[in-house]
Design a protein around this ligand. Sequence first.
Ligand SMILES: Nc1ncnc2c1ncn2[C@@H]1O[C@H](COP(=O)(O)OP(=O)(O)O)[C@@H](O)[C@H]1O
Ligand SMILES: [Mg+2]
Length: 361
Amino acid sequence: MVIKKLTLRNFRNYEEETFAFSEGLNVLTGKNAQGKTNCAEAVFYLCTGTPLRIRSERQLIRRGAPSAYLLGEADTRFGAVTLEAEIYENKRELRVNGSKVARVVDFVGNMNSVFFSPGELRLVQDGPDERRRFLNLSISQTSRAYCSALQRFQKILDQRNNLLKGKDVPLIMETLPVWDEQFSLYAARIVYFRREFLRRLSPLAADAHAYLTDGGEALTLAQEGEYPDDEGGIREKLLHELRRAYERDVRLGFTTVGPHRDDIKICIDGADARGYASQGQARTAALALKLAEVEIFKELSQEAPVLILDDVMSELDLARRKKLVGRVQGVQCILTCTHLERVLYGRESNRMKIREGKLIP
Ligand SMILES: Nc1ncnc2c1ncn2[C@@H]1O[C@H](COP(=O)(O)OP(=O)(O)O)[C@@H](O)[C@H]1O
Ligand SMILES: [Mg+2]
């Protein structure tokens, strides 16, 4: 797919601006704090229905404005698609091709993006949160079933945690099994989908990693934790583990079992990368994961996503920069940087310069 146009109104530091993107490489330059990441975030938001790093969408609204508005127009294999989001203090309205959609699942996945920023370079070394987020965002964009299971799971998890914070222990003990019927249903689906996704992603990541290291090291990915093969079996196992954890959950006041606690196991040459990888190795592995994400999107949705490279060039050494640029030919890229990188010299690109939330003509 190709995003052609993006209009922002009262979004972050943009009052009103329209970006025209081309196929291939789009380069956004500008000094710090001018609005490069904000533009990248807007594209990301239209693809995922989620802000980049924050939970409260309120921060997306330009300070002092009542609401923010985003409009994206893309060409996809299903034809032209228009996505709109109007974000208010306490609610939002999402539209696809002019029609309001009630559920996020109907919005997400119309446009696909792979987002890469210095934060993602820490995917390997940081805590499991980042890796779960990676899986959730990635799988949600390619599977409505996953996206919908995840939404429901989050709701039930919040409610279950609220229950666990209560004081009436006998009542809690009585109520938990009722919650866990639903909890385990969606949890099992999430575990199942993640495993299938990782099974497909793993060889792609190994391939990208071999490319980045000239075949020097082998990368493997797997889901942590042993689960039965089928969804029903996974659910049984989760139910059993949930029951065993009742007392602990009540004592701690939150749910200690479930896919919100799972992690991905990333190994380089058989050794767990989370603990042992050097900074450089961890970055290369993270980059491989992201390049693999581009490939799996191509496989699963039969078209390339838009690849957003936010400020990553300066974080990578020259060899990796060259490899990255070489690998993403044929994929629409939105790349932000403070100055035009040497590796981009001579490459045809659509260049835009941003200052204080405005495109400079
Ligand atoms: N809701 C908002 N309203 C107004 N300005 C905002 C809002 N959110 C962020 N900003 C401003 O946007 C700027 C950062 O933009 P960003 O896109 O991150 O910069 P960069 O070009 O370095 O990537 C900061 O000056 C910040 O104050
Ligand atoms: Mg930035």
